[in-house]
Design a protein around this ligand. Structure first.
Ligand code: HEC
Length: 141
């Protein structure tokens, strides 16, 4: 085999593998909400929704690339892990801790790096962090 044949073989094999991994089914469902925190205002909810609902609620956006493996696997993984940590749409079953949320926002741990890397608009400046913390704190009972 010469180098061109090897390259061609690798390309074809890569395409076949890429095609095959698309067949693995992924659940992209957004189950109905059972309970939410008692938001202090619609604006407070909107702020939290904008920054945190993607992975911590049942209102996940499933963009076109969430239909293409392996990107779909990474997104699905974040949503499963995020919802299982706490879920704003299932507050009766999976509530979160205010102090943990505040800590994560302050230290820049949330939204996580693997997300803000691809969504720079989701990075929070100090002012946005403060507004988000206030939205959460004022909604806590
Ligand atoms: C892109 C998905 C994504 C977004 C957006 C997101 N999170 Fe998370 N979050 C996760 C994942 C995944 C975990 C579980 C793994 C971990 O702890 O890193 C998690 C865990 C957490 C935890 C538990 C941390 C711990 O160590 O136990 C808190 C608190 C949290 N998130 C708060 C937030 C807040 C507040 C926001 C909005 C500012 C937010 N998250 C936005 C994906 C996300």
């Amino acid at each position: 085999m010469n180098i061109k044949k090897i390259a061609l073989f690798l390309i074809v094999a890569g395409l076949v593998v890429f095609g095959l991994i698309q067949l693995i089914p992924i659940d992209r469902s957004n189950p109905p909400a059972s309970a939410e925190p008692q938001w202090s205002s619609p604006e407070a909810r909107a702020l939290v929704k904008q920054s945190c609902f993607q992975c911590h609620s049942n209102e996940t956006d499933w963009p076109w690339y969430s239909y293409i493996a392996p990107a779909s696997w990474l997104i699905k993984f974040d949503v499963v892990e995020g919802r299982s940590a706490f879920n704003f749409s299932e507050w009766d079953k999976r509530p979160g801790e205010l102090d943990e949320m505040v800590r994560e926002i302050q230290r820049g741990g949330m939204p996580p790096l693997q997300y803000t890397l691809f969504h720079p608009e989701a990075r929070l400046n100090d002012q946005q962090k403060q507004a988000l913390i206030e939205a959460l704190t004022s909604s806590w009972k």
